[in-house]
Ligand binder design. Structure first.
Ligand code: CUA
Length: 334
């Protein structure tokens, strides 16, 4: 019962953001999520029927053989201990039910993981980190973080193939309206198909406890019609084009920011933190925890530990002038 109640209450809410969206598992908008929803209803129907039969018999027997004070010769129920028919029936009927559910579920799981059955609309490689998502589009040399763009399936007729890896501990990729969970496991590459039938922003979350900031390891899938998606890819392929004063870039490049972050076209080539080449094209920062506003970005750069304790980005103890210079540079990275 607890599991049922917990499932109904799957509401993904995003910490510091003003917008509140619900990732509703009862309103699937992807092929995999729709299959899982159907299997869940089928399982619920079978187990629900078992519950009604067993509970019904239980209440009937409690009522039928209840104690009556006036009854000096109460009904003795028929004794069935050792009855072969009953033993066989209540052994095989549940086993049959379990095998039907195994069959239905495994057929779906194999189709989900079958990478040879169709040509993907796009291939995306996702690497889980404590506590953010590294997102690669290997066919275009594009790298971004936490916000995944895909073409809607109506515009390509095909789903997107994800390759899921981890840089540290086990994470789990979950965008409830598009598909169920798949783990990101160190030393292993898992695959899964996703597609979105309608354009929109689909909220997801890391679904495997991975440390202090597990709950703030959010992700967003932006499903767009193919032309809009192609425009996004074209913009992301470009190297960083900054119209900011050179001083901002100089300050950034003189600090240890460059050891962890990449900005394509500059000396910043670090790979431990998110790629910042097109930072301002993302709507959120800190793995979906905060809206990407100038104030949030400034507070974040000034002291990440204040906003997301345990995050691997340290406070750089910047002076006000350094912070101003870095902000002017970051805000130019469109
Ligand atoms: Cu990553 Cu939980």
């Amino acid at each position: 019962m607890f599991v049922v109640v917990a499932s109904i209450l799957v509401l993904l809410q995003t910490g510091g953001l003003r917008e509140r969206r619900v990732a509703n598992i009862f309103r699937p908008l992807g092929t995999q999520a729709a299959h899982e929803y159907e299997i869940a209803l089928f399982t619920f129907a079978i187990t629900g029927a078992i519950f009604v039969i067993v509970a019904g018999l239980l209440f009937y027997i409690i009522w039928r053989f209840r104690h009556r004070p006036s009854d000096h010769n109460p009904d003795e129920p028929p004794q069935v201990y050792g009855s072969n028919q009953i033993e066989i029936a209540w052994t095989f009927i549940p086993i049959l039910g379990v095998f039907v559910l195994i069959g239905v579920t495994s057929r779906f799981i194999f189709s989900l993981q079958d990478t040879t059955s169709q040509t993907p609309a796009e291939r995306i490689r996702i690497v889980g980190h404590q506590w953010w998502w590294e997102v690669h589009y290997p066919d275009y040399g594009v790298v971004t973080a936490n916000e995944i763009h895909i073409p809607v399936s109506g515009s390509t007729g095909r789903p997107v193939l994800l390759q899921l890896e981890s840089a540290d501990v086990i994470h789990s990729f979950w965008v409830p309206q598009l598909s169920g969970k798949t783990d990101l496991i160190p030393g292993r590459a898992n695959t899964m198909w996703i597609d979105a039938r309608a354009p929109g922003i689909y909220l997801g979350n890391c679904a495997e406890y991975c440390g202090t900031q597990h709950a703030n390891m959010l992700l967003r899938v932006f499903a767009e019609p193919k032309p809009a998606y192609d425009n996004w890819i074209a913009a992301q392929r470009r190297s960083a084009q900054s119209d900011a004063a050179q001083s901002g870039r100089n300050v950034f490049e003189s600090l240890s920011c460059v050891n962890c972050h990449t900005i394509r076209g500059t000396v910043a080539k670090g790979v431990f933190g998110p790629d910042l080449t097109h930072l301002m094209s993302r709507t959120t920062i800190a793995a979906g925890m905060l809206e990407n506003t100038p104030k949030n970005l400034r507070d974040w750069v000034n002291d990440p530990q204040e906003m997301k304790p345990g995050s691997l980005m340290p406070s750089m103890k910047l002076t006000g002038a350094e912070l101003n210079a870095i902000m002017s540079y970051l805000e130019s990275l469109h």
